[in-house]
Design a protein around this ligand. Sequence first.
Ligand SMILES: [Zn+2]
Length: 340
Amino acid sequence: MDDNHGDSSENQPQSQPSAFEQASLSDYGGDGVDYSPHFQTREVFPTYQAAVDWAREIATPLGFFLTNSSYKKQRNGLPINYMKCDRGERNRGENRDRENATRKNTNSKGCKCTFQISARCLRDMEGWIIKSKKGLKGMHNHPLMVYREGHRQVSGLSPAAKTLVIDMSSAAAKPRHIMAAVKEKFPNESPNKRHIYNVRSRARLDACEGRDVAHQFVHLANEYKYVTWINVDPDTCAITHAFLAHPEMANMLRTYPHVIGMDSTYKTNRYNMPFFELVGVTPTNQNFLIGYAILKSETYESYKWVLEKLQLYIGFEVAPNVFVTDCDWEGRTFCVGRIC
Ligand SMILES: [Zn+2]
């Protein structure tokens, strides 16, 4: 590390650990290098955030992260904000109730690092300047990072990348395709699959606007004008049967009512409820989705309930000639009864 920052290390005496000792500060393996010269600049930043961004861009390649720490007023009344190394001691507030406060065991990596720089607001609010101090406030008492990945300041996606993920997700793109697109468009970011999934689930939660899964299910069905029948267990208020179909597909079925195929998907969902699909066939041998149902159990009664709803949905004057299904299907006797 000393080799990388040769010019800055010249400011320090050879026996650096003694600097920590003099200040009765624990040394967790600091390199004794004064990093304050890296933050000496004459640049005037238009906003405080611009100053923070500049300082973070310097700090991150060096191997540490800066966090906004505290602020106070200068003599002229203008603010001065402090940025600390993220391994410095957290400011927990003077008025904190120390006896009753509880804090999760977060395995804090804080080691009271003293590195600190400040951003001062110039007179007339015309901009911000950055000041750094030599000595303990320019040094770290811990080794600097070699791998940045995984840290909260570099982990995750930028707002622009998140927008891309949300747009592609709403177009039903697969996560691996979304990831490839993010890597291509934002080469400086290092996304992983978890980032993509997190953004997608966050967007889904936002779209729910506080509704739970069942309410969102009904809400979307109503929004897209689906015809729905939903049975609820009176004791637990959980959905036991749900049948959904779109009126446009009903018209299609009335035109081509001859063959109906039906089966449950082999994959189970997170609620372990079989997903039952009803498919029609056109004279040109194309399939179309008539409707689908989510069932609590694959019993004769459940399938009877679905087919009764289908009959209500398409009308009693429409009589399919053929039901196509597999042999071990519980509802087949009911279908046979309908055809006969
Ligand atoms: Zn530090």
